[in-house]
Design a protein around this ligand. Structure first.
Ligand SMILES: *[C@@H]1O[C@H](CO)[C@@H](O)[C@H](O)[C@H]1NC(C)=O
Length: 171
């Protein structure tokens, strides 16, 4: 009788500790997400926004840490973008990417394009959505400074994202 009482008492304490740990864990996770987002916004490459409907929070260009981004001819470079889709569940992006040299624009080859559900190229992030795509640095591009102008549109051709980054093409 007394033994069962003690057992129940300890069980309650145990459950209480578990509950506290769960709450603390949840708070910790929220804090961790906030810190992670802060870290992302700090670590984003600087870029010029050219009229994004959805705010771009983070830009990463593979192996580029300083501007202009050095891009070797014939390289395939992964670009990752995080943006806030205002909860609209964006699941399709048609990319239109151009190289700009002395006001002359040439189209860049992007894969996968369009980015839809088939390639795992768009996913939910804690602060909206994230997509990745590979840009091919055509060997016919001039070896000089310019910029990469990246636009992503929805199925109705509405511009959702637009950013521009200085680049330098290398051999
Ligand atoms: C590279 O550029 C040339 C000339 O503009 C074009 O004909 C070719 O299709 C491009 N290659 C790729 C993979 O986009």
């Amino acid at each position: 009788m007394y033994g069962a009482f003690i057992m129940g008492y300890y069980l309650k304490i145990l459950l209480f500790i578990c509950a506290v740990q769960q709450i603390a864990g949840g708070t910790l996770k929220d804090t961790r997400d906030a810190v992670y987002n802060k870290y992302l916004s700090l670590r984003s490459l600087p870029f010029e926004d050219c009229g994004s409907l959805y705010q771009v929070s983070y830009l990463e260009i593979e192996s580029c840490t300083t501007l202009p981004c050095s891009m070797a001819r014939k390289a395939t470079i992964k670009v990752t973008v995080r943006f806030d889709d205002n909860g609209n569940g964006v699941s399709f992006l048609k990319h239109e990417v151009r190289w700009v040299f002395n006001y002359i624009k040439t189209t860049a080859a992007i894969t996968p394009d369009p980015c839809d559900g088939d390639h795992g190229c768009i996913e939910s992030a804690s602060d909206g959505k994230a997509y990745w795509a590979n840009v091919y640095v055509n060997e016919t591009l001039p070896v000089m400074k310019g910029s990469m102008l990246w636009e992503s549109k929805d199925a109705n051709d509405q511009n959702l994202i637009c950013f521009q980054v200085p680049v330098v093409i290398t051999v």
